[in-house]
Design a protein around this ligand. Structure first.
Ligand code: A3P
Length: 296
C-alpha cells in the first residue's frame, strides 16, 4: 500500500506537533466531556496501551474488539486506511469516535500535554490516570516506534534522535515538560492518579488494586485473570491490542508491543550519550519534585 509522506513537525501552542494530532483541533477544544469519562494520559511510549487495556478489563471484562476502538484517542485525525478501522469512514476522527460511543464510562486516551487538555475535562472533574515512564526508556521506545510508524516523523539515526528528544522537538513536545506539568497539575487537581510504568512492571497486581481504589471499583473477582491477560507476552500476541492490523505500521521494522523492559536504554546509550543526557537531565529536572521509582 502507498503511504503518505512522513509528517513534518511544527510549533503548535508551544509544543512540536504534526497535523495528524492538530487538524481536528477545533473539535478537540470544544470537546464536551461527561463527568464519568475516564482519561488515560501519558507522554508517548510510557505504557498508555497497557493502562488502556487494564482499565477496559476492569470496567467491561474481555471483549473481542480492537482496543483502539474501545479506548479511542481524543486528538487523532488520520486516514482510516492507515488504521485497522472496521468502519467505512475516510478518516478516523477521535472526537467523532468518542461521541459515537455507547459505553459508560467512556475510556479515552490522550497524549496531550496538560495545558492542551480541553476545558470541559476539568470543569466536569473527570478522572484522569496519568502514566509516566523514565526518560531513557521512553526515548528508546519512541525511537523504535517512529522507525515503524508512518504517521510519525522519520526518526533518523539514534544519536540525532536522542539530541532531538533532549531538545523537546518530539510529537507531543518535551518529555520533561510533559511529565513535570502533569505532576504539578496533580498537586491541585485531586482527580489525577499518577502512575509509573516501572511500578507496574514491579508489581502489576498492587498497581491495579491502587487504580481500582482511585476509580471507586472493588477489585474484581477475576483479578488473577486480568493480571494474566495484561502480562507482556499475552498482550504481544493478542491481535486486539498489539496493533498488528494497523497498516500504518511496519512490523518488519519493529513491533508495537516491543520489549516491555525497564532499563532497555542500556542497550542503546553509549557512555558518552549517557553522561550528556544525565547532565542535561539534572538541569531540566532541577526544580521538579517528581521522583521516578528508578534512578535516571
Ligand atoms: P517498549 O518499546 O520499551 O517495549 P505506549 O502504549 O504508551 O505507546 O507504550 C508502549 C510501551 O509499553 C512499549 O515499550 C511496549 O512494549 C510497552 N508495553 C505495552 N504493553 C506492555 C505490557 N503488558 N507489559 C510491559 N510493557 C508493555
Amino acid at each position: 500500500m502507498d503511504h503518505p509522506p512522513r509528517p513534518e513537525l511544527f510549533d503548535f501552542h508551544g509544543i512540536s506537533m504534526t497535523h495528524y494530532f492538530t487538524s481536528n483541533w477545533e473539535n478537540v477544544q470544544k470537546f464536551q466531556a461527561r463527568p464519568d469519562d475516564v482519561f488515560i494520559a501519558s507522554y508517548p511510549k510510557s505504557g498508555n496501551t497497557w493502562l488502556c487495556y487494564i482499565l477496559d478489563l476492569l470496567y467491561f471484562g474481555p471483549t473481542s474488539m480492537f482496543l483502539q476502538q474501545r479506548v479511542p484517542n481524543l486528538e487523532i485525525n488520520i486516514p482510516a486506511r492507515l488504521t485497522a478501522s472496521r468502519e467505512s469512514v475516510a478518516t478516523v476522527l477521535g472526537t467523532d469516535h468518542i461521541e459515537s460511543m455507547q459505553t459508560s464510562p467512556r475510556l479515552i486516551r490522550t497524549h496531550l500535554p496538560v495545558h492542551l487538555i480541553p476545558k470541559s475535562v476539568w470543569e466536569k472533574n473527570c478522572r484522569i490516570v496519568y502514566v509516566a515512564r523514565n526518560a531513557k526508556d521512553s526515548v528508546v521506545s519512541y525511537y523504535h516506534f517512529e522507525r515503524m510508524t508512518v504517521i510519525f516523523p522519520e526518526p533518523g539515526d539514534w544519536d540525532s534522535y536522542l539530541k532531538r528528544f533532549m531538545a523537546g522537538k518530539m510529537v507531543f513536545g518535551s518529555w520533561y515538560d510533559h511529565v513535570n506539568n502533569w505532576w504539578k497539575r496533580k498537586q491541585s487537581y485531586s482527580n489525577v492518579h499518577f502512575m509509573f510504568y516501572e511500578d507496574l512492571i514491579e508489581n502489576t497486581g498492587r498497581e491495579i488494586e491502587k487504580l481500582s481504589t482511585f476509580l471507586g471499583l472493588s477489585p474484581p473477582e477475576e483479578m488473577e485473570r486480568i493480571i494474566d491477560l495484561v502480562q507482556f507476552d499475552k498482550m504481544k500476541t493478542n491481535n486486539n491490542v498489539n496493533m498488528s492490523g494497523f497498516s500504518g505500521m511496519n512490523f518488519k521494522v519493529s513491533t508495537f508491543i516491543r520489549k516491555g523492559k525497564v532499563g532497555d536504554w542500556k542497550n542503546h546509550f553509549t557512555v558518552a550519550q549517557n553522561e550528556e543526557f544525565e547532565e542535561d537531565y539534572k538541569i531540566k529536572m532541577k526544580n521538579s519534585t517528581l521522583k521516578f521509582p528508578i534512578k535516571v
